[in-house]
Design a protein around this ligand. Structure first.
Ligand code: AVJ
Length: 338
C-alpha cells in the first residue's frame, strides 16, 4: 500500500517552559500527520472508526466547552460540584507541596478548585494534545497563581509519556484525570493508560473522574441535546478533515447518531452516511453505503465497584471515593505503588 499524501499541516505551537527543567518535548511530540494517517486507516477498516482524540481542534474544543454548559450534559457540572464540595477533603489527601499532573487538561478550570484548596502546591504539569489551547490556558493560570510553577506539556498521553522528574523538595506527585475521559478507552486501553499513569505517578496517587451508570434515558439525552451542539461536535470531525487534510466530506450527507449500548455499558457516537456516496482523502477514494457509519467515540459508564476493580488490575490501591448525592458521577483516589 502506498502511503497517503496530504497537504503540509500547520505547525504545532511548542510550549517550552523558561525556568523549568525541559520536559522531553521531542519525545512527546504528536506526529503532525497522525490525524490523516489514522483517518485513512480508520476509513479503510471494517467497521470504520476513528479515535475521539481528534475531536479537539480549536473548533472542537470550543464546541466541547459549549457541551459542558448544556442542560442535558450533567457530567461536567456534577464533577465540578463534587470538586467544590469536597475540595478540603481532597486537598488533605493530596498533602502539602504536591505536584499535580493533569492528563488532557483542556481549559484548566477544574484544577483551580483543587489549587485553591491545596496546601502550597509546588508545580502543575498540564498535558494536552492541543498546543494552542494549552499554551493560552497555561499562561492565564500562571498569572493567577504566582507561587506555582506551571509547566505545560504538549503531548498525546495515549502514547508513552515522558515527564520531567519531580522537583527537589516537592511533595507527592498526584495525577488528575477528570471528566470521565477514561471512558473513551476500551477496557484494554484503559488498563494500558492506568498502568502508564501508575508508572509516572509512582509513590503518589491518581485522582480519577468516572461517569456512573444510570437510567439509559438520561445517558441518551446527554449525548442527544436539543440544541444539536453534540451533533455539531461530532460532525466537526469531518469538517476538520476537510480543513486540515483537504478531504471532501459533505457535512449535509452525514448524520450524528448517539445511543446507549447496554451490553457494552457505553454510549457510542457515530457519523452515519445518509446516502451512497464517495469521499476523497489523501489521494484515495472511500465509498460509503447509505446507512454505513464511522464510529467516532465510546463513552463507557462505570459503577464505583467496576472502576475500582479496573484500578486494582492496573496496580493501584483504591482509596476514598467522592460522589454527588444523586450518584451521577464519581471521583476516585487511587494510590500508585512506589
Ligand atoms: C470528554 C470524553 C468525557 O464522553 O462524555 C461529550 C466527550 N462526547 N459529548 C464524554 C463527549 C460527546 C466526553 N468526554
Amino acid at each position: 500500500m502506498t502511503p497517503a499524501s496530504f497537504a503540509a499541516p500547520r505547525q504545532r505551537l511548542q510550549v517550552v517552559p523558561t525556568d523549568a527543567p525541559a520536559p522531553a518535548e521531542s519525545a512527546n511530540q504528536p506526529d503532525v500527520t497522525a490525524f490523516g494517517q489514522d483517518l485513512v486507516a480508520g476509513l479503510s477498516a471494517t467497521p470504520r472508526s476513528i479515535s475521539p482524540k481528534y475531536f479537539y481542534d480549536a473548533e472542537g474544543s470550543a464546541l466541547f466547552d459549549r457541551i459542558c454548559e448544556l442542560p442535558e450534559y450533567y457530567p461536567t457540572r456534577t464533577e465540578v460540584a463534587i470538586l467544590r464540595d469536597q475540595a478540603a477533603h481532597i486537598a488533605e489527601a493530596i498533602g502539602p507541596r504536591a505536584e499535580i499532573v493533569e492528563f488532557g487538561a483542556g481549559s484548566l478550570m477544574k484544577i483551580r478548585l483543587l489549587l485553591d484548596a491545596m496546601d502550597r502546591p509546588s508545580r502543575y504539569l498540564p498535558i494536552d494534545i492541543s498546543g494552542e489551547h494549552l499554551g493560552q490556558a497555561a499562561a492565564r493560570l500562571q498569572q493567577d497563581y504566582a507561587g506555582l510553577e506551571v509547566v505545560p506539556v504538549v503531548a498525546d498521553y495515549t502514547q508513552d509519556l515522558i515527564l520531567p522528574r519531580p522537583a527537589k523538595g516537592a511533595g507527592r506527585r498526584v495525577g488528575f484525570f477528570p471528566g470521565s475521559t477514561i471512558g473513551n478507552f476500551t477496557p484494554p486501553q484503559a488498563l494500558h493508560f492506568l498502568r502508564m499513569a501508575a508508572r509516572v505517578l509512582r509513590g503518589g496517587a491518581l485522582l480519577l473522574g468516572a461517569d456512573l451508570f444510570k437510567d439509559p434515558a438520561l445517558l441518551h439525552a446527554a449525548y442527544n441535546d436539543a440544541q444539536g451542539v453534540t451533533a455539531a461536535f461530532n460532525l466537526n470531525l469531518l469538517a476538520r478533515a476537510n480543513r486540515e487534510l483537504g478531504a471532501d466530506f459533505d457535512l449535509e450527507q452525514f448524520a450524528h447518531s448517539a445511543f446507549y449500548n447496554a451490553p457494552m455499558r457505553r454510549i457510542e457516537m457515530h457519523l452515519v452516511s445518509l446516502k451512497d456516496q464517495r469521499v476523497h482523502l489523501g489521494g484515495r477514494e472511500f465509498a460509503f453505503a447509505e446507512g454505513e457509519s464511522l464510529h467516532t467515540e465510546n463513552s463507557h459508564k462505570f459503577t464505583v465497584e467496576s472502576l475500582r476493580a479496573l484500578a486494582i488490575e492496573a496496580g493501584f490501591t483504591p482509596g476514598r471515593v467522592w460522589t454527588d448525592p444523586g450518584r451521577l458521577f464519581s471521583l476516585h483516589w487511587l494510590q500508585a505503588p512506589s
